[in-house]
Write a protein that binds this ligand. Structure first.
Ligand code: SF4
Length: 642
């Protein structure tokens, strides 16, 4: 095979059995790889009504189709399972080198089912797969686990769980070596429930390219598209931290659990301060952007702390959401959460909920074991992270995620639990800047999350048109829109008034599809890619790499197919229409401060937009269930479960 390595490996832990299969060629055309392959495997093999933490759950890892090549940013690997935090299709994406090594071991899809009798790790060394005892790694944090396996095997890439995963914290991450993670949806708890501590992988199998000349041309086109993106250098310099300034100036920080849009002291967390900490840029394999920072604390109590950090998600989550406004304290929280194996957005959100409940007298020192919860106190944050990972005291409740924790505590605390479909929502306040990004919290298959939907032309500094929900201000020049790699039929509906506005439901469908293709091809979603790589160049790269000719329209159909399958799975797992709503604060309380002071959301209009979004997808506008004719059009064959 070209582009792929042709192998599926299925590990049945209950039987202590490893089997290999050939990758069916027709799956490549229909699902591409990564997220697409995972969707197909779970569609065929995962019963919907199982307990996500039971041996019946299945975890699938698939590197994207382009991983292993030099296509820019082709580093991403998707992991999927039924999520223990949402009870729905759970999926997460990670870069660096692990997915590359899995493919270099001859594996396009790795499936893990059952439950090992004792704590185990999986070694995949040049294609040889073994299940081995990990009793000696019990209780190790993720970094010590990686250290230990690298001592034993040399330069292996290690996916591991920490104490949080071992203790089945519902939002435990799978850490990717030291500095990346499959963070969202609690897949670390699923590995923990299977008694899998780690997967160590190394390989040297090369990828064969179908047409080298076409491949070189397409790669060079992709490279120059990305590097000529107007904000490319800004991204190389600041990475995602570019957004910190804009969130601050717009007053859309998630300050103190979304109570405010601004916070005193945030000027210390603006991008201009990065140089005091940054030692060098870091990149995933095959990436010219190198958006990540290697940082070191120069002074103070955490002096000498070094790690890959100051990515805006951590800064806003452990920073503004918890009232912390110093990079060094945020870095310490990042380090501890990464070692324990906790998802950043979920853990910060659950702690923010606890802080607000404490502030309002719903939780007391009796509940917290004598710990005073005070905004901006990083020591309280660090203590709660530890207690959560080990399920100690109140940590045992926090470990359930904000939805369940608030139901356990009751006493009105549900009002301060910020989640959609059970998944803790990230940092942008939809009241202050409405648009595709925030509407995407609702439509996202995996729940309240920002990584699966975002407009390729987003310029969110622009003010939102007054009292308008269906349109987002666009602001990019007409030539930029004309050059955008987008199917014309979509483009003509997504841009309104000669490009002045974006039609939010239409662009939501487009961008969800586009990001699903990225997650199947294995490329990154950062803006220099998102703004420049569409179905035309992806189809060219795919044909040159694999020899399989898929038109740009067919590329986007793959996304339509896998999203409809995921939606069917979610409905079979119990999803209902009333889960498509924001936490009440966003509808009932106006933003109290900042330039967008006074804004709140309109329930009724947004509900109509959800119906419109369902309709655009070919799903029932009331229930969201994909219509039978849509499944036929997408050639989705029912499995024994769906
Ligand atoms: S842009 Fe950043 S996250 Fe994306 S592949 Fe490059 S280094 Fe990795």
């Amino acid at each position: 095979m070209y582009g792929y390595v042709g192998g599926i490996v299925k590990i049945d832990l209950s039987r202590n059995e490893v089997r290999s299969y050939d990758l069916p060629l027709e799956w490549c055309r229909s699902y591409i790889g990564g997220l697409g392959f995972n969707t197909k495997i779970l569609w065929d093999q995962l019963p919907p009504n199982i307990d996500p933490l039971s041996p019946e759950n299945i975890v699938v890892f698939s590197p994207g189709a382009f991983v292993g090549t030099s296509i820019p940013t082709a580093s991403r690997c998707e992991a999927s399972a039924k999520s223990p935090i949402t009870g729905r299709f759970g999926t997460s994406n990670s870069g660096l080198f692990w997915g590359f090594m899995l493919k270099a071991s001859g594996i396009d899809i790795l499936i893990i089912s059952g439950k090992a009798e004792k704590l185990s790790y999986i070694s995949i060394i040049n294609g040889e797969v073994n299940i081995r005892s990990a009793e000696h790694l019990k209780g190790f944090d993720c970094w010590s686990t990686a250290d230990s396996l690298r001592r034993d095997y040399g330069d292996v890439e290690v996916a591991s769980i920490g104490p949080a995963g071992e203790n089945m914290v519902r939002y435990a991450s799978i850490e990717n070596n030291y500095y990346d993670a499959w963070g969202r949806c609690g897949l670390g708890a699923v590995l923990g429930s299977k008694n899998v501590k780690a997967i160590a992988v190394v390989g040297d199998k090369p990828i064969s390219i179908a047409n080298v000349r076409e491949y070189e041309e397409a790669c060079s086109e992709a490279y120059s598209r990305i590097t000529s993106y107007p904000l490319f250098n800004l991204w190389r310099t600041y990475g995602t931290l570019v957004a910190s300034d804009a969130y601050s100036s717009q007053g859309i920080l998630p300050a103190k659990n979304f109570q405010y849009g601004t916070i005193d002291g945030w000027e210390r967390c603006l991008r201009e301060n990065l140089h005091k900490y940054k030692k060098k840029g870091i990149s995933c394999i095959s990436c010219p952007i190198a958006c990540a920072h290697w940082v070191e604390v120069p002074e103070g109590g955490y002096k000498g702390l070094k790690l890959k950090d100051l990515e805006v998600t951590w800064v806003l989550e452990f920073g503004a959401k918890l009232g912390l406004t110093d990079f060094d304290k945020i870095m310490k929280c990042t380090e501890v959460a990464s070692k324990l194996g906790l998802d950043c957005c979920s853990s910060a959100s659950v702690i923010a909920w606890a802080f607000e409940c404490f502030e309002r007298g719903i939780l007391s020192m009796d509940d917290t074991g004598g710990l005073r919860l005070k905004w901006g106190d990083e020591e309280a944050v660090l203590k709660l992270l530890e207690d959560t990972a080990y399920r100690r005291g109140i940590g045992n409740i926090l470990a359930e995620g904000v939805k369940r924790a608030s139901q356990i505590v009751g006493r009105g605390s549900e009002k301060y639990a910020f989640h959609i479909k059970g998944l803790e929502i990230p940092f942008r306040d939809p009241r202050g800047r409405w648009g595709v990004w925030c509407f995407g919290y609702l439509t996202n298959i995996r729940g309240g999350d920002h990584l699966r939907v975002r407009a390729p032309v987003e310029l969110f500094k622009l003010p939102q048109p007054k009292d308008e929900y269906w349109l987002e201000a666009c602001g990019v020049r007409r030539e930029v829109i004309d050059q955008l790699d987008m199917i014309e039929e979509f483009k003509s509906r997504a841009f309104i008034n000669d490009g002045e506005y974006i039609n939010i439901p239409v662009m939501t469908v487009w961008s969800e599809n586009l990001i699903s293709i990225y997650n199947s091809a294995g490329i990154c979603i950062r803006p220099p890619v998102l703004g420049t790589m569409g179905p035309t160049i992806i189809s060219k790269l795919y044909k040159a790499t694999t020899g399989i000719n898929i038109s740009p329209e067919e590329v986007m159909k793959v996304a339509d197919r896998i999203i409809s399958m995921q939606k069917e799975m979610n409905i079979a797992m119990g999803e209902t229409r009333d889960e498509y709503r924001y936490p009440d604060r966003f509808y009932d309380e106006a933003l109290p401060d900042g330039p967008n002071k006074g804004k709140k959301l309109d329930r009724e209009v947004i509900d109509r937009m959800v119906s419109e979004y369902f309709k655009l997808r070919g799903w029932d506008p009331e229930t969201g269930k994909p219509r039978e004719e849509k499944l036929k059009e997408l050639k989705i064959e029912h499995s024994k479960f769906y």
